[in-house]
Design a protein around this ligand. Structure first.
Ligand SMILES: [Zn+2]
Length: 526
């Protein structure tokens, strides 16, 4: 029902108000949260980016002719190109950025202004046919993520054509087979691909992601935390690879998996045409998982707040073959650059054992004033069973001490004068020492009144930092918050998308991450 009291006098009262019954059903369905979010999306706040989309579309159409003329006079052979591309990779070139560092096209004329557009109101000045509405296209891509599918042009097209309620709430009108072009009709796959490409190439997905996170920070939807947690995750690449043989700086022959060398043109004679050789899927690389499992994929670095379980950023790693420990620091630096207020909140950064290195810890402390806590990497140290204090059965590489009666000793602290870690027998459920009724007491600690106290020299556990041992309660308490990042990754990867990519290149992988982040942060507000 329309409420006439709320209509401002100067405003025209809508004469016809069409109500689709199934749309009402969707609006009231708790399962279809996406419907309400898309229907009530505050479009005004998206106008600046919407205007830039139309400007980018204009620039894209105008420069397409120039792009096709672009050549490259390298005259490079395919084998040479493969080697050049190999040595340009971030895992081969030490000066290359570890994280994807995109150069967006930003030199566009501001012809369309934010005030000139609205949902269903597209600018006229672009020449030719009226373009499809930015708001409708944007809602379509984000809506697909909100529904739990991967936000790709194919999936968007499938849902726009098969789910009429979805098409309508985005702002499209279903098109009949013989209907002529009209800007309100559901777009073709090609148009959806073009939208996705423009949003990617001109950095608009990236800007939208930052806008959503900033808004959630400003509105207090994201609350202050003093710890930051990070991890990497992989997505399966939509490409194959070849093994490239090369000579390293020591003159040794080595091999490395690499995406195929190809050209992005449609020439018949690719070996002799003027276009440059490229990687078919730049950024893809071999990712080594536990138990010597290898995955050909793209790698992303994720940062977030552990207590609220909110991912703050997700970024493509320049070369997926990069070791995990190398991505955390540069990513935190980038995050602080984008959201300076977060920098002042953070005291501790948490990561898994890939960052258990004094060098990385020093870097965090010296350059950011942050304490880095990483799970212990025992570096092939084995559990010890000999030369232990009396009555003790084993000492794990993590510094856990277990006695002959199979009780794990409580870690009490370190004595720095004598360079020893101190352990004591635990209490049972009734609060009495487990040694009191232990059969081993006579051989272990006959005279102890408060149970066995054992000491272990620092030099028996040389890989453990005595200033910050992983057995300490504070360390354990902080590390219980680390797996929170794994839940964030699951939400981004499974609940709002798919871990099998449908497109090549790191730029489209980054755009995919941006779209899921946008959906996550819109959902967070609702
Ligand atoms: Zn060519």
């Amino acid at each position: 029902m329309l409420n006439f009291d709320t209509v401002v006098p100067q405003q025209q009262i809508p004469l016809i108000h069409i109500v689709n019954e199934d749309d009402e059903l969707l609006a009231n369905s708790p399962e279809a949260e996406w419907y309400k979010i898309l229907r009530d999306l505050p479009w005004e706040s998206y106008c600046p980016i919407g205007a830039d989309y139309y400007n980018a579309l204009y620039h894209f159409n105008k420069s397409r002719a120039d792009r096709q003329k672009e050549h490259n006079s390298l005259n490079e052979k395919k084998d040479e190109a493969t080697q050049r591309l190999l040595f340009d990779r971030a895992t081969m070139d030490e000066t290359a950025s570890v994280l994807l560092d995109e150069e967006f096209m930003t030199e566009i004329d501001p012809i369309v202004l934010p005030s000139m557009i609205a949902p269903g109101k597209t600018p006229d000045r672009l020449g030719g046919k009226k373009p499809k509405c930015f708001f409708a296209l944007f809602k379509s891509f984000i809506g697909v993520s909100l529904m739990g599918f991967e936000s790709t042009p194919e999936k968007v097209h499938l849902l726009l054509t098969s789910n009429l309620g979805f098409a309508r709430v985005c702002g499209f009108i279903p098109k009949g087979d013989n209907d002529q072009y009209w800007f309100k009709y559901v777009p073709s796959i090609r148009k959806l691909e073009q939208f996705d490409q423009i949003m990617t190439d001109y950095g608009l997905w990236d800007r939208l992601k930052i806008k959503e996170v900033l808004e959630n920070l400003q509105q207090g939807v994201i609350k202050q935390e003093k710890e930051l947690v990070g991890d990497t995750t992989h997505y399966h690449a939509y490409s194959g690879f070849e093994t490239v043989t090369y000579i390293d700086e020591k003159g040794k022959e080595k091999r490395k998996s690499q995406s195929k060398t190809t050209k992005n043109c449609r020439c018949k004679d690719k070996d002799n045409c003027e276009h440059p050789w490229q990687l078919a899927d730049d950024g893809a690389g071999t990712i080594v998982k536990a138990h010597n499992k290898y995955i050909w994929g793209h790698k992303a670095s994720i940062l977030g707040f552990p207590l609220q379980g909110i991912p703050l950023d997700a970024i493509a790693v320049a070369d997926a073959a990069t070791y995990d420990g190398e991505t955390f620091f540069p990513h935190v630096v980038r995050l602080f650059g984008q959201y300076p207020e977060i920098r002042s909140w953070i005291q501790t950064a948490i990561y898994d054992s890939a960052c258990d290195s004094q060098k990385i810890k020093d870097k965090f402390r010296d350059e950011l004033g942050i304490e880095l806590k990483a799970s212990l990497n025992p570096r092939r140290k084995k559990t010890m069973t000999e030369n232990l204090p009396r009555g003790m059965k084993k000492l794990t590489p993590y510094g856990n001490l277990v006695c002959n009666a199979d009780f794990e000793m409580d870690y009490k602290g370190a004595r720095y004068q004598t360079e020893k870690f101190i352990y004591q027998a635990p209490l049972d459920a009734n609060g009495t020492c487990v040694c009191d009724r232990c059969e081993q007491k006579q051989n272990c600690c006959p005279n102890a009144s408060n149970g066995r106290v054992a000491e272990v020299s620092f030099n028996i556990l040389p890989h453990i930092d005595s200033q910050d041992p992983p057995m300490a309660k504070r360390f354990k308490a902080i590390m219980t918050r680390r797996p929170s990042v794994e839940r964030m990754i699951k939400r981004l990867k499974c609940d709002l998308g798919d871990d099998r990519l449908k497109k090549r290149s790191n730029a489209s992988f980054q755009a995919y991450l941006d779209k899921t982040m946008i959906a996550f942060h819109i959902l967070l507000r609702n």
